[in-house]
Design a binder for this molecule. Structure first.
Ligand SMILES: Nc1ncnc2c1ncn2[C@@H]1O[C@H](COP(=O)(O)OP(=O)(O)OP(=O)(O)O)[C@@H](O)[C@H]1O
Ligand SMILES: [Mg+2]
Length: 254
């Protein structure tokens, strides 16, 4: 790959695509007619105001929710009605805003649980071996510690490590930087870079911290009121008048 090539030519193949996806909760339309592709190997940032539908979009991609309309395609297969467990087996993983850990277990056992879950869901050994997952999130020295005693950054690493241990091709992260200080944000962003550059995992990161997102993302998708606003390179998106207006007066860049 030519590092000097323009960014838009680096990623070309769609790994997952959404075709006019909508999501209703009763009468409330949380997502409307969303169509876009997630390109293999990219880090795609997703931003938008509170309540824009970012977490809903993520869940429609990972199987936490089944879209009310439209289609979700992964590796040319229609997975719109496929449940979360089977999507995990296909190579789709997710981390949450609030770290979900097995707190009665050790750090290492949490990652092992991810490995076993991935093996069970796919019916074979996960594509990322356990040692690689441990190394990627830098938890080799903490494996025997109780997960319940971990600080916030470590809890996030454990959740990320467990998600990687399932062996994903694509990883969705919902506001991974929340609650971290500037140094911790740098550490986590480096880890996410390792996930993409070292393991080849495509990453979709929902994040309010747009400065950090601009630093790491190849492209940024903006949604508002459940609708597509823009998808382009960070410098284009974050300098767009309409996007700036959407965010105006909102505390989005802390
Ligand atoms: N299970 C649900 N039932 C009813 N309404 C829901 C449900 N989940 C989300 N919503 C609504 O859908 C809209 C989008 O919510 P969502 O959580 O996807 O937004 P978000 O962009 O992730 O917001 P935030 O930045 O606060 O995390 C909100 O108005 C929310 O109240
Ligand atoms: Mg959310």
């Amino acid at each position: 790959m030519d590092a000097s090539a323009p960014q838009e030519s680096r990623f070309t193949m769609a790994l997952m695509s959404l075709d006019t996806v909508s999501m209703r909760f009763g009468a409330f339309q949380a997502l409307s007619d969303l169509s876009f592709a997630i390109l293999e190997g990219e880090i795609l940032g997703v931003a938008g105001p509170n309540g824009a539908g970012k977490s809903t979009l993520m869940n429609v991609c990972t199987g936490g929710l089944a879209a009310s309309g439209g289609r979700v395609i992964f590796e040319e297969q229609d997975i719109t009605k496929t449940g979360r467990h089977r999507r995990c087996g296909l190579g789709i993983a997710q981390t949450f805003q609030i770290p979900t850990l097995l707190s009665s277990l050790t750090v290492g056992e949490n990652l092992l649980a991810g490995h076993l879950f991935g093996a069970e869901a796919s019916g074979r050994a996960p594509a990322i071996d356990l040692d690689t997952a441990i190394r990627t999130v830098d938890l080799g020295a903490a494996l025997n510690r109780p997960a319940s005693e971990a600080d916030l950054l470590t809890r996030k690493r454990i959740m990320l490590g467990a998600a990687l241990a399932t062996g994903p091709k694509i990883l969705f992260m919902d506001e991974p930087l929340g609650g971290l200080n500037a140094d911790e944000i740098d550490i986590l962003l480096d880890t996410v870079r390792r996930v993409r550059d070292g393991l080849g995992v495509t990453v979709v990161m929902v994040e309010h911290k747009t400065r950090a997102l601009a630093e790491i993302a190849d492209r940024i998708l903006i949604i508002n009121f459940g609708r597509f606003v823009m998808l382009d390179r960070p410098e284009v998106v974050l300098n767009d008048d309409h996007v700036v207006e959407i965010y105006l007066g909102r505390k989005h860049d802390a």
